[in-house]
Write a protein that binds this ligand. Structure first.
Ligand code: MRU
Length: 351
């Protein structure tokens, strides 16, 4: 399995996703601030991976604390959580993971644990969040594979693979599970301007796994559908509102509308930690605006004239009416999503 993020002694090591597929280099984080910077600068990206990194970063930061009393330790913990929460606004998994770490902290502190005991508890919680993420991707993959016909040609957008999670992937988890069942799958990967997660990361992962992969530029998706070259679409999500509206990488909305026009199923694969029942609909999801340079430049080369304005929203919202089904580790949700998502969110994980 691809090493997205892991502990190495008392550091956190992550593959540098900005450099793939050109070079496979790893970034070593020694402090919580270094982990926060890695999230912000997209060394690590993808909603579930961001959550896992934040939890591990908090555990690392607190392990490094030299506070002797719980009062000072608590203040440091709160500051570390705030620093992580300020990295990226859209992926709700980030806030979900921070909340889990806060719960772990509060339970240990209320139980009278020492600073050392709280440190151990935080590290154990971060490890659990990491391992559960891989586990839920595998279960999600198994649920989703049932929706994939033999010899399916699957279009995906962005990277919702092993690199975007602790391992295996959400949308690519569905692809992998279908391939593991012996289905002859072919994937069309949208290049995903401006950061090129599809061309660089999705294609890299799938080629490594020996899965038939074709990269297309984003503006080719409609033509591919019209030519009958796409059987289904599966994408990941950064946040799913209570009504089933889906925030995902910019361009997903266009793909969903095209899929509807061509009668192609549009599936979203995401763990329950991506479902935000506190956000009623997509209009309330904060959308990150990233820096102009991602749009104006390709590598070191400027593509746009000086003086032209630039927009760079990193995500868009796909209204629930375009979503055929939402694949989670607890089963598959279908419309009406207010009911099906609330039901899945409230139930215990199925064995
Ligand atoms: O800006 P990114 O690369 O973090 O955006 C990632 C996406 O939009 C993914 O599709 C989403 O997080 C799902 S990852 C399993």
């Amino acid at each position: 399995m691809l090493p997205t993020i892991d502990w190495k002694d008392d550091t956190i090591v992550m593959i540098d996703q900005r450099k793939l597929p050109g070079v496979e280099v790893y970034v070593t984080c020694r402090t919580a601030a270094e982990v926060a910077k890695a999230i912000k600068t997209m060394v690590i990206r993808g909603a579930p991976a961001i959550g896992v990194a934040a939890a591990m970063g908090i555990a690392l930061g607190m392990r490094r604390s030299i506070a002797t009393g719980t009062r000072q330790f608590t203040t440091e913990f709160q500051k570390t959580c705030e620093m992580m929460a300020a990295t990226r606004p859209t992926a709700v998994n980030l806030f979900w993971a921070i909340e889990r770490m806060k719960r772990g902290f509060a339970e240990s502190a209320q139980g009278g644990c020492s600073v050392d005991e709280i440190k151990k508890r935080l590290e154990a919680e971060a490890r659990r969040i990491h391992d559960e993420d891989v586990e839920s991707c595998r279960t999600m993959g198994a649920h989703g594979a049932a929706l994939v016909p033999q010899e399916a040609r699957i279009l995906t957008h962005c990277n919702a693979g092993a690199l975007a999670t602790a391992g295996y992937g959400t949308a690519l988890g569905v692809v992998r599970a279908a391939a593991e069942q012996g289905k002859k799958i072919a994937v069309l990967a949208d290049e995903t301007r401006p950061f090129l997660q599809g061309a660089r990361l999705t294609a890299w992962e799938l080629v490594k796994d020996g899965i038939d992969t074709t990269v297309i530029t984003d503006n080719m998706a409609g033509a591919m559908m019209r030519l009958g070259h796409v059987d289904l679409v599966v994408v990941g999500a950064d946040r799913i509102a209570a009504n089933g509206d889906v925030a995902n990488k910019i361009g997903t909305y266009g793909v969903a509308v095209l899929a509807r026009e061509h009668g192609i199923p549009f599936y979203v694969a995401a763990p329950i930690s991506t479902v935000d029942l506190d956000t009623p609909d997509g209009s309330k999801i904060p959308i990150e605006e990233r820096n102009d340079r991602e749009v104006t430049h390709v590598g070191p080369s400027r593509m746009t004239p000086e003086g032209a304005h630039v927009r760079n929203p990193a995500f868009d919202v796909t209204p629930n009416k375009y979503v055929t089904a939402i694949i989670t580790e607890r089963g598959i949700a279908r419309a009406p999503y207010e009911e099906s998502l609330a039901e899945l969110a409230s139930q215990a994980v199925k064995a």
